[in-house]
Design a binder for this molecule. Structure first.
Ligand code: GLV
Length: 314
């Protein structure tokens, strides 16, 4: 690809990221805009975009883009843009989320085993009610999605002795995971799952994958940990099964609607841990480094890192 010259940095900390890229002296024209301030005209003359998503209001101005570097791992919010040229290159961030997301999931598994939400409730109620904590090594964890991030999560949990089953499209072996099955066999592994960790990208194949029937196949008391996208899970069914106490609980970083609406029962249900989409947050420095490294690769004719297969959606 010939070197490109005009970049829009869009989203949180856009000014910081734009200034950081400018300082790296690439000789390109860099503009930064937060989502609240951006106008179609800010994008219309750009051939490069560094962003997590392209808001629908900007679609009319996206046709000149030849390269979009995502500031995230998931690129669903970019691929959804109907005016993105078919031959536009889309790259996603790789190599920065694994450790964060693995520790996020480990923290939730420890909280599940140690029953931390229940302890918090007991503290509020001044209730002294001893119980037997579990160990992570006694948990059967199913990791739905064993790409780079899912595999790192699986390895982290295995290092504490958990029994981990990975689920992927084709069920191919993944280094460091004892057992990986194809998604066709998901229904068979759900009943032998204490903690279901969701790490799949949001694609046509994964949207609604965890519907009521799938969630009902989890054994009574199982937990769901979602660090992927809200769209993978039928949120109403999840809420029903939490209310009915079929599910032991849920640790959710992502939701059908974000920010999570104030009237969502997920804010107040017992044994639900909520976080504001921070399991794998990109720092401004990560975004700067990823953009600059890929820009240099493109300029020198080397293959960029994190190229997205637009058909597959990740
Ligand atoms: C965050 O959700 C990401 O996809 O990086």
């Amino acid at each position: 690809m010939t070197p490109l010259g005009k970049l829009l940095v869009l989203g949180r900390d856009a000014d910081v990221i734009a200034a950081g890229i400018h300082e790296r002296g690439l000789g390109i024209d860099v503009r930064g805009r937060e989502f609240g301030d951006v106008l179609p005209a800010d994008l219309a003359d750009r051939d490069m975009l560094l962003a997590f998503r392209i808001p629908p209001a900007l679609a009319s101005a996206a046709g000149g883009l030849r390269w979009v570097q995502s500031t995230g791992a998931g690129v669903d919010g970019i691929l959804a843009c109907p005016t993105l040229r078919q031959d536009a290159l889309v790259t996603r961030l790789v190599g920065v989320f694994e450790r964060h997301m693995a520790e996020y999931v480990l923290a939730r598994c420890l909280a599940i085993a140690q029953r931390i939400p229940r302890l918090e409730r007991d503290r509020r109620d001044k209730s002294w009610a001893p119980f037997y904590p579990r160990l992570v090594r006694d948990l059967r964890v199913t990791v739905l999605g064993v790409g780079v991030i899912g595999a790192a999560i699986a390895r982290m949990l295995r290092s504490l002795g958990a029994t981990v089953t990975g689920v992927s499209r084709a069920g191919q072996a993944v280094e460091g995971i004892e057992r990986v099955v194809a998604v066709d066999a998901l229904a068979d592994v759900l009943p032998i799952t204490d903690v279901l960790v969701v790490v799949v990208p949001n694609t046509a194949r994964t949207r609604g994958l965890l519907d009521r029937a799938a969630l009902e196949r989890l054994p009574a008391g199982a937990w769901v940990v979602n660090v992927a996208r809200g769209s993978v899970i039928d949120e109403d069914a999840l809420i029903d099964l939490l209310r009915e106490r079929h599910l032991g609980g849920a640790a959710l970083d992502v939701f059908r609607d974000e920010p999570l609406p104030h009237d969502s029962p997920l804010w107040t249900l017992d044994d639900v841990m909520v976080s504001p989409h921070v399991a794998g947050l990109t720092t401004p420095q990560d975004a700067i480094d990823a953009f600059v490294a890929n820009w240099r690769r493109l300029e020198s004719g080397e293959p960029p890192v994190g190229v997205v297969d637009r058909e597959r959606g990740y």
